[in-house]
Design a protein around this ligand. Structure first.
Ligand SMILES: [Zn+2]
Length: 261
């Protein structure tokens, strides 16, 4: 029988949740391997992953965006934003988000097990909340999506706890310069171009998906080997991530090419 250690009331942005903290004995698996993966969290691709042996994955937010749009329209049609109907819709929206974050964190941990990952390196999320002057960024609205910084914190918590059960460690590192530096040659400058989601290095000519480049820089903070180390890793993988989408039919993430609907 578990004993409750603490009860917390947590505001999710839409509703209050009660979180019970208990001591539970869990079986922890052996570490799947010795590799590292870098995870860059953001608002276009919710997560970009760069694996140590040179491949990358993107998890776009399209599903949440569609959901948000759908619920926002329905809520806007309610007579009163405090009405019972509006409250119910808000709660449903919130539950679907929670489900999405659970499913995504579970999927990523599963991928890490398959890829023999020992350490997941995530960017320290204070970078998401503050801009370069240390001012708190307003993430209130981005397109149709109101994704607050708590969503990233929450996701990292879920990832950490699910990873731990598989014997994988989650390490947070500073995100400083991870979007400005070239993960291939290490060149850092403000002038490196980011266009339509591509990072282009003026020094070595690397063209990378900007979020994958960020994820690889985050990974290198723990395991410093350049993305193109002259060995068997060419830089093509930086520009060609596999994209995983949330499949509403199955309720799971699947590679884009496998989703037909
Ligand atoms: Zn470069």
């Amino acid at each position: 029988m578990e004993t409750v250690q603490q009860v917390r009331a947590v505001w999710t942005g839409d509703e209050w949740e009660l979180h019970f903290v208990c001591n539970v004995e869990i079986e922890v698996a052996d570490t799947p391997g010795e590799k590292t993966v870098g995870v860059d969290l953001g608002i276009n691709n919710f997560a970009a992953l760069a694996y140590e042996d040179g491949h990358s994955e993107l998890y776009p937010l399209n599903c949440l965006k569609q959901d948000d749009y759908y619920f926002s329209k329905r809520i806007a049609r309610c007579d009163d934003s405090d009405s019972e109907q509006a409250t119910r819709l808000n709660q449903k929206k919130s539950r679907r988000r929670t489900h999405y974050f659970h499913t995504l964190s579970k999927h990523i941990v599963q991928r890490c097990v398959e890829e023999c990952v020992e350490t997941i390196v995530v960017g320290d999320l204070s970078g998401i909340r503050e801009d370069e002057d240390g001012e708190v960024k307003d993430w209130g609205k981005h397109g149709n999506l109101d994704l607050h910084s708590w969503a990233f914190d929450r996701f990292t918590d879920l990832l950490e706890y699910k990873a731990e059960m598989e014997g994988i460690t989650v390490e947070a590192v500073s995100e400083q310069d991870t979007s400005k530096s070239c993960s291939c040659c290490g060149r850092k400058r403000d002038a490196n171009r980011v266009e339509r989601g591509l990072y282009v290095c003026d020094e070595c000519g690397t063209v990378a998906n900007a979020d994958v480049n960020g994820a690889e820089n985050i990974r290198q903070k723990v395991s410093p080997s350049l993305a193109c180390d002259g060995g068997d890793r060419s830089n093509g993988w930086l520009a060609q991530p596999s994209t995983f989408l949330f499949d509403k039919e199955t309720g799971a993430f699947a590679p884009q090419e496998q989703i037909t609907s």
